[in-house]
Design a protein around this ligand. Sequence first.
Ligand code: NAP
Length: 461
Amino acid sequence: MNKNSSNKMAMASNTSKKRETVCIFGTGDFGRALGHKMIQAGYPVVFGSRSTQTSSLIPKDAEVLSHAEAAQKAAIIIIAIQREHYNFLTPLAEILHGKVLVDVSNSLKINQYPESNAEYLAQLVPGAKVVKAFNTVSAWALQSGTLDASRQVFVCGDDMEAKQMVMDIVRALGLTPLDQGSLLAAQEIENYPLQLFPMWKFPILLSLGLITFFFFYCLIRDVIYPYVYENKDYSFFIAISIPNRICPILALILLALVYLPGILAAIIQLYRGTKYRRFPDWLDKWMLCRKQLGLVALAFASLHVLYTLVIPIRSFVRWRISSRTISKALNNETEPLNTTNAWLSDSYLALGILGFFLFVLLGITSLPSVSNNVNWREFRFVQSKLGYLTLILCTVHTLIYGGKRFLSPSSYRWYLPNAYMLSLIVPCIVLVVKFVLIFPCLDKPLTRIRQGWERNPQYSE
Ligand code: NAP
Protein backbone atom coordinates (compact mmCIF):
# COMPACT_ATOMS: atom_id res chain seq x y z
CA MET A 1 0.00 0.00 0.00
CA ASN A 2 1.48 3.38 -0.89
CA LYS A 3 1.92 6.23 1.59
CA ASN A 4 -0.80 8.37 0.00
CA SER A 5 -3.46 5.73 0.42
CA SER A 6 -2.41 5.02 4.02
CA ASN A 7 -2.56 8.77 4.73
CA LYS A 8 -6.04 8.93 3.26
CA MET A 9 -7.11 6.00 5.43
CA ALA A 10 -5.70 7.70 8.53
CA MET A 11 -7.54 10.87 7.58
CA ALA A 12 -10.74 8.98 6.85
CA SER A 13 -10.70 7.27 10.25
CA ASN A 14 -10.27 10.67 11.88
CA THR A 15 -13.14 12.19 9.94
CA SER A 16 -15.63 10.02 11.85
CA LYS A 17 -15.43 12.78 14.55
CA LYS A 18 -17.26 15.98 13.62
CA ARG A 19 -14.65 18.52 12.66
CA GLU A 20 -14.97 22.20 13.44
CA THR A 21 -15.23 24.66 10.56
CA VAL A 22 -11.94 26.28 9.59
CA CYS A 23 -11.80 29.67 7.93
CA ILE A 24 -9.08 30.56 5.45
CA PHE A 25 -8.45 34.19 4.50
CA GLY A 26 -7.10 34.39 0.96
CA THR A 27 -7.96 32.25 -2.05
CA GLY A 28 -4.43 32.28 -3.44
CA ASP A 29 -2.20 29.27 -4.11
CA PHE A 30 -1.52 28.42 -0.49
CA GLY A 31 -5.03 29.09 0.82
CA ARG A 32 -6.57 26.88 -1.88
CA ALA A 33 -4.02 24.05 -1.39
CA LEU A 34 -4.51 24.06 2.39
CA GLY A 35 -8.32 24.29 1.97
CA HIS A 36 -8.26 21.32 -0.40
CA LYS A 37 -6.22 19.24 2.07
CA MET A 38 -8.50 20.21 4.97
CA ILE A 39 -11.65 19.24 3.09
CA GLN A 40 -10.02 15.86 2.37
CA ALA A 41 -9.39 15.53 6.12
CA GLY A 42 -13.06 16.21 6.85
CA TYR A 43 -12.97 19.88 7.88
CA PRO A 44 -15.77 22.16 6.65
CA VAL A 45 -13.84 25.04 5.03
CA VAL A 46 -15.00 28.59 4.48
CA PHE A 47 -12.86 31.09 2.58
CA GLY A 48 -12.76 34.79 3.40
CA SER A 49 -11.96 36.73 0.26
CA ARG A 50 -12.12 40.19 -1.29
CA SER A 51 -14.29 38.67 -3.98
CA THR A 52 -17.08 36.29 -3.01
CA GLN A 53 -17.36 34.79 -6.49
CA THR A 54 -16.24 31.17 -6.56
CA SER A 55 -14.01 29.92 -9.33
CA SER A 56 -13.19 26.45 -10.65
CA LEU A 57 -9.84 26.67 -8.79
CA ILE A 58 -11.48 26.86 -5.36
CA PRO A 59 -12.27 23.46 -3.80
CA LYS A 60 -15.91 22.79 -4.70
CA ASP A 61 -17.05 21.89 -1.18
CA ALA A 62 -15.85 25.21 0.25
CA GLU A 63 -17.86 28.36 0.75
CA VAL A 64 -16.48 31.76 -0.27
CA LEU A 65 -17.68 34.71 1.79
CA SER A 66 -16.51 38.18 2.72
CA HIS A 67 -13.78 38.29 5.38
CA ALA A 68 -16.21 39.42 8.12
CA GLU A 69 -18.84 36.77 7.29
CA ALA A 70 -16.32 33.97 7.00
CA ALA A 71 -14.58 34.89 10.28
CA GLN A 72 -17.86 34.62 12.17
CA LYS A 73 -18.26 30.98 11.07
CA ALA A 74 -15.05 29.61 12.60
CA ALA A 75 -12.92 29.74 15.72
CA ILE A 76 -9.72 29.19 13.72
CA ILE A 77 -8.76 31.50 10.88
CA ILE A 78 -5.78 30.78 8.70
CA ILE A 79 -4.31 33.95 7.22
CA ALA A 80 -3.02 32.83 3.81
CA ILE A 81 -2.14 36.35 2.75
CA GLN A 82 1.22 38.17 2.48
CA ARG A 83 2.23 40.24 5.52
CA GLU A 84 2.23 43.42 3.39
CA HIS A 85 -1.62 43.20 3.16
CA TYR A 86 -2.32 42.50 6.86
CA ASN A 87 -3.63 46.08 7.32
CA PHE A 88 -7.08 45.00 6.13
CA LEU A 89 -7.39 43.01 9.38
CA THR A 90 -7.43 46.09 11.63
CA PRO A 91 -11.08 46.99 10.93
CA LEU A 92 -11.98 43.36 11.60
CA ALA A 93 -10.33 43.39 15.06
CA GLU A 94 -13.64 43.17 16.88
CA ILE A 95 -14.84 40.12 14.94
CA LEU A 96 -11.43 38.48 15.32
CA HIS A 97 -11.37 39.01 19.09
CA GLY A 98 -10.73 35.67 20.87
CA LYS A 99 -10.22 33.79 17.57
CA VAL A 100 -7.17 31.69 16.78
CA LEU A 101 -5.28 33.34 13.91
CA VAL A 102 -2.79 31.08 12.15
CA ASP A 103 0.05 32.95 10.48
CA VAL A 104 1.47 30.90 7.58
CA SER A 105 3.46 33.67 5.97
CA ASN A 106 7.08 33.76 4.87
CA SER A 107 9.25 36.77 4.12
CA LEU A 108 11.48 37.30 1.13
CA LYS A 109 14.68 37.90 3.12
CA ILE A 110 16.07 36.64 6.42
CA ASN A 111 15.13 39.05 9.28
CA GLN A 112 13.41 41.31 6.73
CA TYR A 113 11.40 43.10 9.43
CA PRO A 114 12.36 43.93 13.03
CA GLU A 115 9.60 41.64 14.32
CA SER A 116 8.32 38.36 12.88
CA ASN A 117 5.20 38.38 10.70
CA ALA A 118 3.33 36.47 13.41
CA GLU A 119 4.27 39.04 16.09
CA TYR A 120 3.21 41.82 13.71
CA LEU A 121 -0.15 40.07 13.27
CA ALA A 122 -0.51 39.82 17.05
CA GLN A 123 0.15 43.59 17.32
CA LEU A 124 -2.47 44.36 14.64
CA VAL A 125 -5.14 42.18 16.24
CA PRO A 126 -4.31 42.23 19.97
CA GLY A 127 -7.46 40.37 21.04
CA ALA A 128 -6.66 37.32 18.89
CA LYS A 129 -4.55 34.27 19.78
CA VAL A 130 -1.84 34.10 17.13
CA VAL A 131 -0.17 30.82 16.24
CA LYS A 132 2.62 30.41 13.69
CA ALA A 133 2.41 27.24 11.57
CA PHE A 134 2.55 25.73 8.07
CA ASN A 135 5.09 28.20 6.63
CA THR A 136 7.63 25.45 5.88
CA VAL A 137 5.12 23.45 3.82
CA SER A 138 4.73 24.43 0.18
CA ALA A 139 1.43 24.82 -1.64
CA TRP A 140 2.75 22.48 -4.31
CA ALA A 141 3.57 19.73 -1.78
CA LEU A 142 0.12 20.09 -0.18
CA GLN A 143 -1.62 19.87 -3.52
CA SER A 144 0.43 17.07 -5.04
CA GLY A 145 0.58 15.02 -1.83
CA THR A 146 4.39 14.76 -2.05
CA LEU A 147 4.96 15.71 1.56
CA ASP A 148 7.62 13.15 2.38
CA ALA A 149 10.42 15.70 2.57
CA SER A 150 8.47 18.27 4.57
CA ARG A 151 6.23 16.31 6.90
CA GLN A 152 7.29 18.40 9.89
CA VAL A 153 5.31 21.53 10.70
CA PHE A 154 6.89 23.96 13.17
CA VAL A 155 4.28 25.47 15.47
CA CYS A 156 4.68 28.24 18.02
CA GLY A 157 2.38 30.55 19.95
CA ASP A 158 1.75 32.07 23.36
CA ASP A 159 -1.68 30.51 23.98
CA MET A 160 -1.33 26.80 24.79
CA GLU A 161 -4.93 25.93 23.94
CA ALA A 162 -4.79 27.72 20.59
CA LYS A 163 -1.51 26.02 19.78
CA GLN A 164 -3.01 22.64 20.66
CA MET A 165 -5.98 23.27 18.32
CA VAL A 166 -3.61 24.06 15.46
CA MET A 167 -1.45 21.03 16.22
CA ASP A 168 -4.58 18.83 16.07
CA ILE A 169 -5.29 20.15 12.58
CA VAL A 170 -1.68 19.51 11.56
CA ARG A 171 -1.94 15.91 12.73
CA ALA A 172 -5.31 15.45 11.02
CA LEU A 173 -3.66 16.46 7.73
CA GLY A 174 -1.15 13.61 8.16
CA LEU A 175 1.70 15.96 9.15
CA THR A 176 3.88 16.10 12.25
CA PRO A 177 3.63 19.20 14.46
CA LEU A 178 6.80 20.29 16.24
CA ASP A 179 6.10 22.63 19.15
CA GLN A 180 8.76 25.36 19.08
CA GLY A 181 7.50 27.26 22.12
CA SER A 182 6.22 30.82 22.36
CA LEU A 183 5.62 33.34 19.57
CA LEU A 184 9.20 34.56 20.07
CA ALA A 185 10.30 31.51 18.06
CA ALA A 186 8.35 32.76 15.00
CA GLN A 187 11.29 34.78 13.63
CA GLU A 188 13.46 31.67 13.52
CA ILE A 189 10.67 29.57 12.00
CA GLU A 190 10.16 32.24 9.33
CA ASN A 191 13.88 32.36 8.57
CA TYR A 192 14.11 28.59 8.23
CA PRO A 193 12.72 28.21 4.67
CA LEU A 194 14.89 31.12 3.49
CA GLN A 195 18.17 29.49 4.40
CA LEU A 196 20.12 28.03 1.51
CA PHE A 197 21.28 24.51 2.37
CA PRO A 198 22.42 25.60 5.88
CA MET A 199 24.00 22.23 6.74
CA TRP A 200 25.78 21.97 3.39
CA LYS A 201 27.46 25.37 3.55
CA PHE A 202 30.49 24.32 5.61
CA PRO A 203 31.18 21.02 3.74
CA ILE A 204 30.84 22.72 0.35
CA LEU A 205 32.96 25.77 1.22
CA LEU A 206 35.59 23.54 2.83
CA SER A 207 35.66 21.27 -0.25
CA LEU A 208 36.02 24.27 -2.56
CA GLY A 209 38.92 25.57 -0.45
CA LEU A 210 40.64 22.18 -0.43
CA ILE A 211 40.07 21.65 -4.17
CA THR A 212 41.65 25.03 -4.94
CA PHE A 213 44.64 24.37 -2.67
CA PHE A 214 45.32 20.85 -3.96
CA PHE A 215 44.73 21.82 -7.59
CA PHE A 216 47.50 24.44 -7.48
CA TYR A 217 49.68 22.16 -5.36
CA CYS A 218 49.44 19.33 -7.92
CA LEU A 219 49.78 21.79 -10.81
CA ILE A 220 53.09 23.05 -9.40
CA ARG A 221 54.43 19.55 -8.64
CA ASP A 222 53.15 17.56 -11.61
CA VAL A 223 52.94 20.06 -14.48
CA ILE A 224 55.11 23.14 -13.82
CA TYR A 225 58.07 21.28 -12.22
CA PRO A 226 58.57 18.78 -15.14
CA TYR A 227 58.14 21.66 -17.60
CA VAL A 228 60.83 23.75 -15.89
CA TYR A 229 63.36 20.95 -15.21
CA GLU A 230 62.71 18.44 -18.01
CA ASN A 231 60.97 20.63 -20.60
CA LYS A 232 58.09 18.14 -20.69
CA ASP A 233 54.55 19.28 -21.37
CA TYR A 234 52.24 17.44 -19.00
CA SER A 235 49.51 20.09 -19.09
CA PHE A 236 46.98 17.41 -20.15
CA PHE A 237 47.27 16.07 -16.56
CA ILE A 238 44.76 18.80 -15.70
CA ALA A 239 41.97 16.74 -17.29
CA ILE A 240 42.25 13.41 -15.48
CA SER A 241 45.48 12.90 -13.52
CA ILE A 242 45.14 15.92 -11.24
CA PRO A 243 41.40 15.43 -10.54
CA ASN A 244 42.16 11.78 -9.83
CA ARG A 245 44.71 12.91 -7.24
CA ILE A 246 42.43 15.54 -5.70
CA CYS A 247 39.30 13.36 -5.38
CA PRO A 248 40.77 10.61 -3.14
CA ILE A 249 42.60 13.25 -1.08
CA LEU A 250 39.36 15.12 -0.44
CA ALA A 251 37.42 11.91 0.22
CA LEU A 252 39.96 10.87 2.86
CA ILE A 253 40.31 14.28 4.54
CA LEU A 254 36.53 14.89 4.64
CA LEU A 255 35.90 11.40 6.01
CA ALA A 256 38.45 12.06 8.76
CA LEU A 257 36.74 15.39 9.46
CA VAL A 258 33.49 13.48 10.07
CA TYR A 259 35.14 11.74 13.04
CA LEU A 260 37.40 14.55 14.29
CA PRO A 261 34.64 16.56 16.07
CA GLY A 262 33.58 13.45 18.03
CA ILE A 263 37.17 13.07 19.20
CA LEU A 264 37.44 16.76 20.14
CA ALA A 265 34.15 16.46 22.04
CA ALA A 266 35.49 13.45 23.95
CA ILE A 267 38.68 15.35 24.89
CA ILE A 268 36.62 18.37 26.03
CA GLN A 269 34.32 16.16 28.13
CA LEU A 270 37.30 14.39 29.72
CA TYR A 271 38.94 17.72 30.49
CA ARG A 272 35.78 19.25 31.97
CA GLY A 273 34.73 16.04 33.72
CA THR A 274 31.08 16.58 32.74
CA LYS A 275 28.79 16.32 29.75
CA TYR A 276 26.47 19.02 31.10
CA ARG A 277 28.35 21.99 29.67
CA ARG A 278 27.76 23.14 26.13
CA PHE A 279 30.44 22.61 23.52
CA PRO A 280 31.77 25.72 21.79
CA ASP A 281 29.45 26.89 19.00
CA TRP A 282 31.87 26.00 16.21
CA LEU A 283 32.05 22.39 17.49
CA ASP A 284 28.27 22.13 17.77
CA LYS A 285 27.88 23.36 14.19
CA TRP A 286 30.61 21.04 12.96
CA MET A 287 28.92 18.04 14.62
CA LEU A 288 25.59 18.95 13.05
CA CYS A 289 26.98 18.79 9.51
CA ARG A 290 28.87 15.48 9.84
CA LYS A 291 26.35 13.68 7.64
CA GLN A 292 26.80 16.26 4.88
CA LEU A 293 30.60 16.07 5.20
CA GLY A 294 30.36 12.28 4.83
CA LEU A 295 28.12 12.53 1.76
CA VAL A 296 30.47 15.03 0.07
CA ALA A 297 33.37 12.67 0.89
CA LEU A 298 31.42 9.81 -0.71
CA ALA A 299 30.86 11.92 -3.84
CA PHE A 300 34.65 12.46 -4.16
CA ALA A 301 35.34 8.77 -3.52
CA SER A 302 32.87 7.85 -6.29
CA LEU A 303 34.56 10.28 -8.70
CA HIS A 304 37.92 8.72 -7.82
CA VAL A 305 36.51 5.29 -8.75
CA LEU A 306 35.25 6.60 -12.10
CA TYR A 307 38.54 8.37 -12.90
CA THR A 308 40.46 5.22 -11.99
CA LEU A 309 38.31 3.05 -14.25
CA VAL A 310 39.26 5.08 -17.34
CA ILE A 311 43.03 4.89 -16.68
CA PRO A 312 43.64 1.90 -19.02
CA ILE A 313 42.00 3.67 -21.99
CA ARG A 314 43.98 6.90 -21.59
CA SER A 315 46.21 7.65 -24.56
CA PHE A 316 49.15 8.62 -22.31
CA VAL A 317 48.93 5.37 -20.34
CA ARG A 318 48.66 3.23 -23.50
CA TRP A 319 51.61 5.08 -25.03
CA ARG A 320 53.74 4.58 -21.90
CA ILE A 321 53.01 0.84 -21.70
CA SER A 322 53.63 0.24 -25.40
CA SER A 323 56.83 2.32 -25.52
CA ARG A 324 58.21 0.47 -22.47
CA THR A 325 57.35 -2.90 -24.02
CA ILE A 326 58.92 -1.93 -27.37
CA SER A 327 62.09 -0.61 -25.71
CA LYS A 328 62.46 -3.83 -23.70
CA ALA A 329 61.88 -5.91 -26.83
CA LEU A 330 64.46 -3.88 -28.78
CA ASN A 331 67.01 -4.28 -25.98
CA ASN A 332 66.07 -7.93 -25.58
CA GLU A 333 65.37 -7.38 -21.90
CA THR A 334 63.00 -9.39 -19.76
CA GLU A 335 61.52 -8.44 -16.44
CA PRO A 336 60.86 -11.16 -13.86
CA LEU A 337 57.68 -10.85 -11.81
CA ASN A 338 58.31 -8.87 -8.64
CA THR A 339 56.11 -10.63 -6.07
CA THR A 340 56.50 -7.85 -3.49
CA ASN A 341 55.24 -5.28 -5.97
CA ALA A 342 52.40 -7.58 -7.00
CA TRP A 343 51.39 -7.97 -3.34
CA LEU A 344 51.57 -4.23 -2.74
CA SER A 345 49.55 -3.44 -5.84
CA ASP A 346 46.87 -6.07 -5.15
CA SER A 347 46.58 -5.11 -1.46
CA TYR A 348 46.29 -1.45 -2.40
CA LEU A 349 43.48 -2.22 -4.85
CA ALA A 350 41.73 -4.63 -2.47
CA LEU A 351 41.75 -2.06 0.35
CA GLY A 352 40.45 0.59 -2.03
CA ILE A 353 37.58 -1.65 -3.15
CA LEU A 354 36.63 -2.62 0.44
CA GLY A 355 37.00 0.98 1.63
CA PHE A 356 34.72 2.22 -1.15
CA PHE A 357 32.16 -0.51 -0.44
CA LEU A 358 31.96 0.54 3.23
CA PHE A 359 31.89 4.20 2.18
CA VAL A 360 28.79 3.48 0.06
CA LEU A 361 27.23 1.53 2.94
CA LEU A 362 27.74 4.52 5.25
CA GLY A 363 26.16 6.82 2.66
CA ILE A 364 23.14 4.55 2.21
CA THR A 365 22.51 4.19 5.95
CA SER A 366 22.58 7.97 6.37
CA LEU A 367 19.55 8.34 4.03
CA PRO A 368 16.43 9.04 6.13
CA SER A 369 14.43 6.23 4.49
CA VAL A 370 17.10 3.71 5.58
CA SER A 371 18.12 5.22 8.94
CA ASN A 372 14.42 5.31 9.96
CA ASN A 373 14.35 1.53 9.62
CA VAL A 374 17.31 0.73 11.87
CA ASN A 375 17.38 1.19 15.61
CA TRP A 376 19.72 3.61 17.36
CA ARG A 377 22.27 0.90 18.23
CA GLU A 378 22.38 -0.40 14.66
CA PHE A 379 22.75 3.14 13.33
CA ARG A 380 25.61 3.85 15.75
CA PHE A 381 27.29 0.58 14.85
CA VAL A 382 27.29 1.39 11.15
CA GLN A 383 28.15 5.08 11.46
CA SER A 384 30.77 4.73 14.19
CA LYS A 385 32.36 1.25 14.04
CA LEU A 386 32.05 0.73 10.29
CA GLY A 387 32.89 4.40 9.77
CA TYR A 388 36.21 4.03 11.60
CA LEU A 389 36.87 0.80 9.69
CA THR A 390 36.29 2.69 6.44
CA LEU A 391 38.71 5.39 7.57
CA ILE A 392 41.34 2.77 8.47
CA LEU A 393 40.93 0.95 5.12
CA CYS A 394 41.15 4.18 3.12
CA THR A 395 44.15 5.43 5.12
CA VAL A 396 46.04 2.14 4.65
CA HIS A 397 45.02 2.17 0.95
CA THR A 398 46.76 5.55 0.63
CA LEU A 399 49.80 4.46 2.66
CA ILE A 400 50.31 1.41 0.44
CA TYR A 401 49.82 3.57 -2.65
CA GLY A 402 52.87 5.51 -1.47
CA GLY A 403 54.66 2.20 -0.91
CA LYS A 404 58.40 2.45 -1.24
CA ARG A 405 58.20 6.02 -2.50
CA PHE A 406 56.74 7.09 0.80
CA LEU A 407 59.00 9.71 2.43
CA SER A 408 61.75 8.95 -0.13
CA PRO A 409 63.74 12.17 -0.84
CA SER A 410 63.36 11.64 -4.62
CA SER A 411 59.59 12.09 -4.35
CA TYR A 412 60.00 15.74 -3.23
CA ARG A 413 59.76 18.45 -5.87
CA TRP A 414 60.75 21.94 -4.82
CA TYR A 415 60.68 20.53 -1.28
CA LEU A 416 57.00 19.70 -1.77
CA PRO A 417 56.00 16.14 -0.82
CA ASN A 418 53.45 14.18 -2.83
CA ALA A 419 49.92 15.52 -2.32
CA TYR A 420 48.66 12.18 -0.99
CA MET A 421 51.13 12.49 1.91
CA LEU A 422 49.40 15.70 3.02
CA SER A 423 46.05 13.92 2.84
CA LEU A 424 47.24 11.46 5.49
CA ILE A 425 47.84 14.07 8.21
CA VAL A 426 44.24 14.49 9.46
CA PRO A 427 43.21 10.80 9.19
CA CYS A 428 46.37 9.68 11.02
CA ILE A 429 45.76 12.21 13.83
CA VAL A 430 42.13 11.03 14.14
CA LEU A 431 43.06 7.35 14.20
CA VAL A 432 45.94 7.77 16.67
CA VAL A 433 43.87 9.88 19.10
CA LYS A 434 40.93 7.47 18.78
CA PHE A 435 43.29 4.61 19.54
CA VAL A 436 44.53 6.44 22.66
CA LEU A 437 40.94 7.17 23.75
CA ILE A 438 39.97 3.49 23.78
CA PHE A 439 42.56 2.75 26.48
CA PRO A 440 40.58 1.80 29.63
CA CYS A 441 42.16 4.62 31.69
CA LEU A 442 40.43 7.13 29.36
CA ASP A 443 37.54 5.08 28.03
CA LYS A 444 36.11 4.25 31.48
CA PRO A 445 35.86 7.84 32.79
CA LEU A 446 34.54 8.98 29.40
CA THR A 447 31.81 6.34 29.46
CA ARG A 448 30.87 7.36 33.02
CA ILE A 449 30.77 11.05 32.04
CA ARG A 450 28.50 10.19 29.11
CA GLN A 451 26.22 8.30 31.50
CA GLY A 452 25.79 11.50 33.54
CA TRP A 453 28.60 11.25 36.13
CA GLU A 454 30.37 14.53 36.98
CA ARG A 455 33.89 14.98 38.36
CA ASN A 456 33.23 18.44 39.87
CA PRO A 457 29.45 18.91 39.86
CA GLN A 458 29.69 22.35 41.50
CA TYR A 459 31.59 23.71 38.47
CA SER A 460 29.13 22.62 35.77
CA GLU A 461 26.99 25.35 34.27
P1 NAP B 1 -0.97 34.35 -3.46
O1 NAP B 1 -1.22 33.22 -4.40
O2 NAP B 1 -0.44 35.61 -4.00
O3 NAP B 1 -2.32 34.64 -2.67
C1 NAP B 1 -2.44 35.62 -1.73
C2 NAP B 1 -3.87 35.94 -1.48
O4 NAP B 1 -3.95 37.05 -0.61
C3 NAP B 1 -4.60 36.42 -2.74
O5 NAP B 1 -5.09 35.35 -3.50
C4 NAP B 1 -5.70 37.28 -2.16
O6 NAP B 1 -6.84 36.47 -1.87
C5 NAP B 1 -5.13 37.77 -0.86
N1 NAP B 1 -4.79 39.20 -1.00
C6 NAP B 1 -3.93 39.76 -1.88
N2 NAP B 1 -3.87 41.10 -1.69
C7 NAP B 1 -4.70 41.40 -0.67
C8 NAP B 1 -5.05 42.57 -0.01
N3 NAP B 1 -4.56 43.78 -0.37
N4 NAP B 1 -5.95 42.50 0.99
C9 NAP B 1 -6.46 41.34 1.37
N5 NAP B 1 -6.17 40.15 0.78
C10 NAP B 1 -5.29 40.18 -0.23
O7 NAP B 1 0.04 33.89 -2.33
P2 NAP B 1 0.22 32.44 -1.68
O8 NAP B 1 1.30 31.74 -2.38
O9 NAP B 1 -1.10 31.78 -1.57
O10 NAP B 1 0.77 32.82 -0.24
C11 NAP B 1 -0.09 33.25 0.79
C12 NAP B 1 0.67 33.25 2.10
O11 NAP B 1 1.09 31.91 2.38
C13 NAP B 1 1.92 34.11 2.06
O12 NAP B 1 2.06 34.79 3.29
C14 NAP B 1 3.03 33.10 1.88
O13 NAP B 1 4.25 33.55 2.45
C15 NAP B 1 2.48 31.91 2.63
N6 NAP B 1 3.04 30.62 2.16
C16 NAP B 1 2.95 30.29 0.86
C17 NAP B 1 3.49 29.07 0.44
C18 NAP B 1 3.39 28.63 -1.00
O14 NAP B 1 3.93 27.56 -1.33
N7 NAP B 1 2.73 29.38 -1.87
C19 NAP B 1 4.12 28.22 1.37
C20 NAP B 1 4.16 28.59 2.69
C21 NAP B 1 3.62 29.79 3.09
P3 NAP B 1 -8.33 36.97 -2.27
O15 NAP B 1 -8.25 37.35 -3.70
O16 NAP B 1 -9.16 35.76 -2.00
O17 NAP B 1 -8.66 38.12 -1.37
